[in-house]
Design a binder for this molecule. Sequence first.
Ligand code: COA
Ligand code: ZN
Length: 311
Amino acid sequence: MKRLYINEVAARDGFQIEPAFVPTDTKIALIDALSLCGYAKIEVTSFTSPKAIPMLRDAEEVMGRIQRVPGVEYTALVPNLRGAERALESRADELNLVISLSETHNLANLRMPRERSFAALSEVIRRVDGHTPINVSLSCAFGCPMEGEVAEGEVLDWARRFAELGVRGLTLCDTTGMAHPAQVSRLAEAVQARFSQQITMHFHNTRGMGLANVLAAVQAGIERFDGSLGGLGGCPYAPGASGNMCTEDAVHMLGAMGYDTGIGLAQLLQVARGLPDIVGHEVPGQVAKAGPSLTLHPAPDYVAELRAQFS
Ligand code: COA
Ligand code: ZN
């Protein structure tokens, strides 16, 4: 059975766009429950400016109080050197650096030109010096809601610049759900042909293409995916952003197709069903509502009568 590796981003990408603050204890309880579900990685929080992302202003406390389960990597999003210092003090297993491949989105999201982000992140990579693994999330890799198309050559060029700095992983992020399966296949093949880094795909289901994109990526050989429980999520600095590819829907689909995600679906669904209470509204995920495809329902009583009648 082919093994795939899932990184749960609900506590970061999922929560950062939610209007009502999720209490610290609730975040910790959710992450602790997720830690028992079989994930390869959990993105716990982000070490960003608390003014920019007030929801994640409790990053230190959350990182400090979660129960770490051996075998699960606990990562955190980091936009700059200050964020990296905070993440390292909080003993993050991995730093997930972020830069947008669209100049406009980088200015909107990180308040600096891409080259300045690159210089700051290069400095982080130099200082970490291989002591903590580094992943770089390349936002808007499949298109920008303000600039439109992002050329494949540009994506590969930024990926190369970070690969040359020796990072362990690169994530191609479809920040606002603009990617389509043919584009995913092309880009997946291009990055895998050029780079030996771990390649992760991060999809949003903004236009209903999340699972189709996962499938295209898997078929092109990609083994790592970000997903968000319940399909929560979105970037506060991307117009029209909405939820990530829903983790439990993907785990359900991939499991049905014979892939091993390492995740226990029943346990995951139990956690997912608690999400509406946590965020105070319905969530987009579908399998938590419908149940897995092989959960059978009793036939109506008259079916037995008809069976007898026609036998
Ligand atoms: N952690 C905590 N505080 C930070 C910080 C960090 N990583 N980086 C900057 N700050 C603080 C500074 O101390 C300063 O505080 P002050 O106003 O009390 O003096 C303030 O934020 C502004 O600092 P500055 O360096 O001028 O940053 P900025 O205003 O240019 O913002 C970012 C840059 C990246 C820190 C900020 O835009 C940010 O955190 N954005 C969030 C991006 C994000 O998470 N988007 C969604 C996910 S992709
Ligand atoms: Zn995202």
